[in-house]
Design a protein around this ligand. Structure first.
Ligand code: CUA
Length: 191
């Protein structure tokens, strides 16, 4: 027979252990919430909240995703818009050129199935869906070469689907843009 004093002591131990576990779990959940808030605010990682539609069947024929309009364009406010078309199994353009220290807006859509849009070493990471225009804004602070692989399985040629994002000095980029003239020509680094 155990004596009542022992029972009392073990009940206290049990309560203490339970309190510790509860504290640990609350701390763990708080940490996860903090990570979500941090990545959301600091890296601006959040699901796109706007829906812009486009007809995937007429992309090649008319509208902003016709071939001659793909690539980088300098806007009147000095920002740069990059239009990208994803289709099995490539991105157009294959080599995207953008300036440093300039607000860049990527606008991408797919002509066929769901593709992935990821620029390595940046916070750009999303999906490109047929029927929708995906928009991402960013600024690159230094010249660099980033890979842009499709990271959403899109068929047998998926692993070969990728492009480059070449970030060049702002002055060099603007010089390129001036040379291209005021024509509707878009910039890319496709040789
Ligand atoms: Cu496109 Cu995977």
């Amino acid at each position: 027979m155990s004596n009542p004093l022992d029972n009392h002591a073990s009940a206290e131990v049990a309560a203490r252990v339970e309190r510790r576990w509860a504290t640990l779990m609350v701390a763990f959940v708080s940490l996860l919430v903090a990570v979500v808030v941090f990545t959301g605010l600091h890296w601006a990682m959040m699901p796109p909240s706007r829906v812009e539609l486009v007809n995937p069947e007429t992309l090649h024929v008319s509208g902003e995703f016709v071939e001659s309009n793909l690539g980088s364009a300098v806007e009147t406010d000095g920002s740069v818009t990059v239009r990208i078309l994803a289709q099995q199994y490539s991105f157009t353009p294959q080599c995207i050129v953008v300036p440093t220290n300039t607000p860049i807006t990527f606008r991408a859509t797919s002509a066929d199935v769901v593709h992935g849009f990821l620029v390595t070493d940046t916070n750009l990471n999303s999906m490109v869906e047929p029927g929708y225009i995906s928009t991402f804004r960013t600024t690159f602070d230094k010249p660099a070469d980033h890979l842009m692989p499709c990271h959403e399985y899109c068929g047998t040629g998926h692993q070969g689907m990728w492009a480059h994002v070449k970030v060049i000095d702002k002055d060099a980029f603007m010089q390129m843009a001036n040379q291209a003239g005021n024509s509707a020509r878009r910039l890319s680094c496709v040789k």
